[in-house]
Design a protein around this ligand. Structure first.
Ligand SMILES: [Zn+2]
Length: 268
């Protein structure tokens, strides 16, 4: 059986949660999430299973941080639908055109493969021809800084606010590792580009059915039926390559596919 790397899921807690038929999903790390908070999470269209309290807010869908400010804002946002299995739902967007300076903290900058991967992230977004111009920079100021972090996730990010991207991506190098092979650099670039995707407002492509990329039982991560915008001219069949799928196989590479580029240029 192919090893599925729960990239954007909780590698440790998630593995337990997916195999133990855990009844009380509102408990995570021993800390109970209040029903008022779960209700806010739900009203923003997110599933309330495996919610985890983290330093900056609440972690949902394995790698998305919802801050208190976000939860207290009025739910809304666009909901783009491309093809049957791809749902590019966005929340807040970044005001463009603008340059987004992306960089690494000193720990990540010293790890083999990380500078190359982040440069590749900038190149991928720039090649998409959108109004957001990604620049890989090696000194402050940063619009999005990727920092080394621990925790029960492989990486995490949040959504834009006030027209600016979410400013920090946490990267758990203990789980992801490092290396200079082109396979690893492409894999890492896919992870970092995915997190940057959240920072500019993208949700998981398969949030309607997480089983699509993660395997296991079909799980609706909190899709709502309001405001769907079906983009004309896009394929109706499944497309397994989106960079915003919730899970990824180890060493997979997901550069933007045609649907991803359509969604990117529709929004930006
Ligand atoms: Zn994600």
């Amino acid at each position: 059986m192919k090893q599925t790397f729960k990239l954007f899921s909780l590698l440790v807690i998630g593995a337990v949660a997916f195999t133990s038929c855990k009844k009380d999903d509102s408990m995570a790390g021993g800390e109970e999430i209040s029903s008022a908070t779960l209700s806010k999470i739900s009203s923003h269209g997110f599933g309330t299973s495996n919610v985890q309290k983290v330093e900056d807010g609440y972690l949902v869908e394995g790698d998305i941080i919802l801050t208190e400010n976000y939860l207290n804002s009025v739910p809304g946002g666009n909901h783009l639908r491309i093809a049957e299995n791809e749902q590019y739902r966005t929340t807040n967007l970044v005001n463009g055109p603008r340059t987004i300076r992306i960089g690494l903290d000193s720990k990540l900058a010293a790890l083999p493969g990380y500078p190359e991967a982040l440069q590749m992230v900038a190149s991928r977004y720039d090649a998409a021809g959108i109004v957001l111009n990604f620049d890989y920079v090696t000194s402050a100021p940063y619009d999005i800084i990727f920092v080394s972090a621990g925790g029960n996730f492989l990486a995490s990010a949040g959504f834009p606010s006030g027209g600016s991207p979410y400013g920090q991506v946490k990267v758990n190098t203990r789980y992801i590792g490092s290396g200079t092979s082109s396979t690893f650099v492409n894999f890492l670039a896919t992870i970092l580009a995915h997190e940057a995707g959240h920072c500019i407002g993208f949700r998981h492509t398969d949030y309607m059915n997480r089983a699509y990329s993660c395997g296991g039982a079909a799980t609706n991560e909190g899709a709502s039926s309001v405001g769907a915008i079906l983009i004309p001219g896009t394929p109706s069949g499944p497309d397994a390559g989106s960079w915003m799928l919730a899970c990824i196989g180890q060493n997979q590479n997901r550069p933007f596919n045609n649907n991803d580029r359509t969604a990117l240029s529709y929004l930006y």
